[in-house]
Design a protein around this ligand. Structure first.
Ligand SMILES: [Zn+2]
Length: 479
């Protein structure tokens, strides 16, 4: 009955020419922002840290809470699903519009750990300061999918229904690399059936510019081992005729990069048109300085004629993430027997892993300093690079939705990092429209201390979602 009354109300408002239905829903959603923020804060108080078995119960408790909330909101089959040796994954659906398209919304409810970080306010006690909500997970990614719940709540409140069918998948293991997401896809395939997917765990280039993520760098790990001696020996007696294996390791790794520390080869071919457009991405020196936590007096790497976005998103990079080099606490005047380093290698989108591996291998084994023995081992669990071309009516629809909420369409951006679930969705569902957005911005410090969510973004994201369902429903109907 309530449904009918609301339906009549909606039609009459349409015909009276005052406000369209999506505008009425958006107005309602705007009034609901404080309640949405409260709901978000309640979730953020549960320390659902997926990498720590001591918090597995918290992940489970949060998944159960979310599933119960989704059922109360009006979803069917809202379940915290489980598989052996996996943390739960919440799925829910609202499929009451036969013939209308189905949109899948993905987010994750698990958190990064906070050990060793210094926070201004406790990480699991959400606190608002200067227009930002501070808490672990505020933007990555609890805020991301809570904006969808808020938009859906407004649609139900105003019209009693949604403009399209909706499935929700809220994972509990994203922060540990989504090791079981594909098992969930295989075990519950219906939960992943959709005509378009909105994957909400990505970044906006600024608080005023909404981002559509279209590329990721891949990640590989390479262990470089150098062996020279059968025992540590006196560096004074033998230095000058016997190789220093620690130094040799550093020299070898240095071969991979130019004087700026950027990978020399292989380089990715980035189209000129892409580079010209990428200057519009607001990655200014100040943004890089602040976002990169640069010490006073340290400058961002020189651009060398390329936009910073190209260096960050479209070229490979290498970082030393672990070594066995002598540490301060075991200082001794000795030439060491062996040395080892693990390199984290980012593969540019569009670049074949094998090409990069071959180039690195050749450089590292060629004529090693001092004739040290070199062995190389690549990791067996890489996460692939991803390059996506957004085209078709779904993206035009998304641009219309964002223009109504943010005042401008989505800006195509990349991510320098590697997100296993995106590579997975790309592999399994790459022929569907995949809309990668989110509520993170350059000041969020996801995975770090004082992670925060901009409250302006939170509201604009809720309104964008309100319009997005309506625009996608029209754009994809009969498509
Ligand atoms: Zn995330």
């Amino acid at each position: 009955m309530l449904h009918c009354v609301k339906f009549i109300l909606r039609r009459s408002m349409c015909y009276s020419g005052k406000m369209s239905t999506p505008e009425t829903v958006a107005a309602h959603a705007r009034e609901g922002v404080p309640a949405a923020l409260n709901a978000l804060c309640a979730y953020l108080r549960i320390p659902a840290i997926s990498c720590d078995p001591a918090h597995a119960e918290d992940v489970g408790r949060l998944a159960q809470t979310v599933a119960a909330d989704l059922a109360a909101l009006g979803f069917d089959d809202a379940v915290a699903r489980s598989l052996p040796d996996a943390l739960p994954c919440v799925t829910a659906s609202w499929m009451k519009r036969p013939g209308a398209p189905t949109i899948l919304i993905y987010g994750h409810l698990d958190l990064q750990p906070v050990k060793g970080e210094t926070w201004t306010s406790p990480p699991h006690e959400p606190t608002i300061r200067n227009g930002r909500l501070y808490a672990r997970g505020a933007a990555d990614d609890m805020g991301g999918w809570v904006t969808h719940l808020a938009a859906i709540r407004a649609w139900f409140a105003v019209t009693g229904e949604l403009p399209c069918n909706v499935r929700l998948v809220i994972e509990g293991e994203e922060e540990i690399g989504s090791p079981n997401l594909e098992r969930y896809m295989d075990a519950f395939p219906v939960c992943f059936q959709a005509d378009a997917m909105v994957l909400t765990d990505c970044e906006n280039p600024s608080i005023d510019i909404p981002g559509l993520t279209v590329s990721l760098r891949g990640i590989l790990e390479l262990t470089v081992r150098c062996t020279a001696l059968e025992a540590d020996i006196h560096s004074g007696l033998w230095g000058g005729m016997v190789p220093d294996v620690s130094l040799a390791l550093v020299q070898l790794i240095s071969r991979l990069v130019d004087e700026d520390g950027r990978v020399k080869a292989p380089r990715s071919e980035v189209p000129d048109a892409w580079c010209s457009a990428a200057w519009a991405v607001p990655l200014t020196r100040d943004v890089i300085r602040e976002g990169g936590h640069l010490c006073a007096g340290v400058e961002p790497l020189p651009a060398r004629g390329m936009p910073p976005a190209a260096h960050l998103w479209r070229q490979p990079a290498v970082t030393i993430v672990a070594t066995t080099l002598p540490t301060l606490d075991i200082k001794k005047n000795a030439l060491r027997r062996s040395a080892e380093a693990i390199l984290s290698v980012r593969v540019a989108p569009g670049m074949a892993d094998e090409d990069l591996k071959a180039a690195f291998d050749a450089e590292l084994v060629r004529d090693p300093p001092g004739g040290v023995k070199v062995s190389l081992e690549w990791s067996t669990q890489p996460s692939g690079a991803w390059l996506y071309e957004p085209k078709g009516p779904a993206f035009a629809a998304a641009d219309r939705a964002y223009t109504r909420s943010w005042g401008r369409p989505l800006l195509q951006v990349g991510v320098g990092g590697s997100i296993p679930f995106v590579a997975l969705f790309g592999r399994r569902f790459g022929d569907l429209p995949l809309i990668l957005n989110g509520v993170i911005d350059p000041l969020t410090t996801a995975h770090g201390p004082d992670e925060s969510l901009d409250l302006g973004i939170f509201e604009k994201a809720i309104l964008a979602n309100v319009y997005l369902y309506d625009e996608l429903a029209s754009a994809l109907t009969g498509a």
